[in-house]
Design a protein around this ligand. Structure first.
Ligand SMILES: Nc1ncnc2c1ncn2[C@@H]1O[C@H](COP(=O)(O)OP(=O)(O)OP(=O)(O)O)[C@@H](O)[C@H]1O
Length: 259
């Protein structure tokens, strides 16, 4: 089976009347890893939230399609069922719901009624993934992200990714706050997902993550748009030289979305 395609065209997004995204174009296909980089406040997280349907982010123009289906017409849960996944920059803490129950419910919500994942299969898969990500088994029974350290939350996001097996994942600064060992483990988790049936958008500030996860495409966001795209060598140049050369090349004075 060929992978999915997420197609974003001329996307404009407002938050409380301020236009943040000003015409984003991006296509992510199954099998492809895309990195989105860019200075602070240029709209990267806004793009992630808009794709997943955060109610605060109003799409005023443009389109998002997943395999031809209009994502903007879908509720958040429908987007997840359709195969989209967002690992958030700041995952929420949810008391009263264990990590394990959350994962099992999320997996079953994506399946047809009567075709729920058998408990033993769920436990086996979760144990394998906990092992792979070097997560303490007790964490499965703790409330979702409740009291988790910053690094534990990020590992937990990748646990969800590996358990839910989405078609297209958006990973928003999954490397922030990770120590070097955790960065390697998280990267291995993401790399393990690599297949024709999985596409990924990785928002990051640092080339160091891309030393572990080789992107096929690298994009730079400024002023709420993708202003430059290239291969992995673009990320290397950004690490060495910063963003000034792009601003000069494109005649950009203020790279933020500016309000
Ligand atoms: N919920 C919100 N309410 C008001 N303004 C917001 C909200 N979310 C984002 N913004 C504004 O939109 C702009 C872009 O923010 P965004 O988080 O998308 O940038 P970013 O490129 O991800 O930045 P960073 O690299 O610092 O994480 C910023 O000026 C920010 O203050």
């Amino acid at each position: 089976m060929a992978g999915s395609t997420l197609e974003i065209k001329d996307l404009h997004v407002e938050i409380e009347g301020n236009e943040i995204l000003k015409g984003v174009n991006l296509t992510i296909k199954g099998g492809e890893f895309h990195a989105v980089m860019g200075p602070n406040g240029t709209g990267k997280s806004t793009l992630a939230s808009a794709i997943m349907g955060h109610p605060k982010y109003e799409v005023t123009k443009g389109s998002i399609h997943l395999d031809g289906e209009d994502v903007l017409e879908m509720e958040v849960d429908e987007r997840a069922k359709a195969g989209l996944f967002l690992a958030m920059q700041y995952p929420s803490e949810i008391s009263g719901v264990t990590n394990s129950d959350f994962l099992r419910s999320s997996i079953n919500a994506k399946r047809e009624e009567g075709n729920e994942i058998p408990l033993m299969q769920f436990i086996k898969t979760m144990d394998e993934n906990l092992d792979f990500l070097d997560i303490d088994k007790d964490m499965a029974q703790r409330y979702l992200n409740d009291g988790f350290s910053g690094g534990e939350k990020k590992r937990n996001e990748i646990l969800q990714l590996m358990m839910l097996e989405p078609a297209i994942a958006i990973l928003d600064e999954i490397d922030s706050g990770l120590d070097i060992d955790a960065l390697k483990v998280v990267s291995e988790g993401i790399n393990k997902m690599r297949s024709e049936n999985f596409g990924c958008l990785i928002i990051t500030h640092y080339q160091r993550l891309l030393n572990y996860i080789t992107p096929d495409h690298v994009h730079v966001m400024m002023q709420g748009r993708v202003v430059k795209s290239g291969g992995p060598e673009l990320a290397q140049r950004l690490e060495a030289e910063g963003y000034e050369w792009i601003k000069e090349e494109l005649g950009i004075e203020d790279e933020t979305v500016g309000q």
